[in-house]
Design a protein around this ligand. Sequence first.
Ligand SMILES: Cc1cc2nc3c(=O)[nH]c(=O)nc-3n(C[C@H](O)[C@H](O)[C@H](O)COP(=O)(O)OP(=O)(O)OC[C@H]3O[C@@H](n4cnc5c(N)ncnc54)[C@H](O)[C@@H]3O)c2cc1C
Length: 289
Amino acid sequence: MTTAETAPFQFFSLQVDRTRRLGPSLVRVTFTGEDLEGFAAGGRDQSLSLFLPHPGQEAPVLPPLDDPDMYGILGAWRAMPDDVRAVMRSYTVRAQRTDPVNEVDIDFAVHEDGGPACRWAQHAKPGDRVVVLGPAVADNTGVRFRLPEDADSVLVWADETALPAASAILEWLPAETRARVFLEVPYSGDRTELRTEADATVTWLVREEGAPSGLEAVAGAELPGESPYVWIAGESGAVKALRRHFVRERGLDRRRVTFVGYWRKGLSEDALREVPDETAQDAEGDAAQ
Ligand SMILES: Cc1cc2nc3c(=O)[nH]c(=O)nc-3n(C[C@H](O)[C@H](O)[C@H](O)COP(=O)(O)OP(=O)(O)OC[C@H]3O[C@@H](n4cnc5c(N)ncnc54)[C@H](O)[C@@H]3O)c2cc1C
């Protein structure tokens, strides 16, 4: 059996319970399902793989999920025709509540040339079915935010796709942690309320207000402490430029800079899986020097 004891990830069949517009660019979808009993999100930037139906399908098409071998299921899913098999996209567990009922929130950034996930979220309604490959243990490789013990502060940059992760990171940060946070969003109405016990200074960079780019804003800012930990996630080009800035210009130890390209302009997530990760290559180049 694939259980929490043997695997850090598991397949879960879920249904939409409700949706809520958080702002012009974000839709929150709340999921429920008996399967959630084994779901164990640990907060921070915990991510999952979301499997969605194509338009016209009642449920996402996957091989039987009772196979104990998670990789076997994934292999069989990959072997199915593209236009039949469920669409797979990466998302963040924005929150999990277990009381009074087990529920999971995912916040979807909706964008103009919307791909299948964006379109699905815009039309999601109660009862719609999805499958996720998500956390069966709270701490697994789906969590990239790893605060080193000796870090005295945190610097975060996120665009709208990583705003859910940045918000969950702020909720998780130990009280009084010094944090400098840059959140880049398309519209004024995308500013959301953030909950944190950290000593956080947040700058919203709103594109429609003509805000400077993340790189310009970050380059002009002081680091929050002597040994900060940096977490950057969002559009790959911006992530690459920011990572370079911290490692090459500011001279931060590259192991203290966590970076994740969440999407790349002009490429769907399927196409992105087929091309080399330029930011990771950049980082490997730095490591080799
Ligand atoms: C670990 C991880 C966690 C993530 N968490 C979240 C999350 O919580 N919420 C969230 O919204 N996204 C999140 N993403 C990003 C999300 O997976 C991508 O945005 C994905 O491309 C959306 O799928 P799609 O089907 O809508 O578009 P795709 O079919 O993948 O792409 C279609 C087109 O849309 C473009 N595109 C994709 N996203 C955007 C965007 N935001 N703005 C403008 N153009 C875009 C692509 O470049 C492409 O041209 C995460 C990604 C990763 C890797």
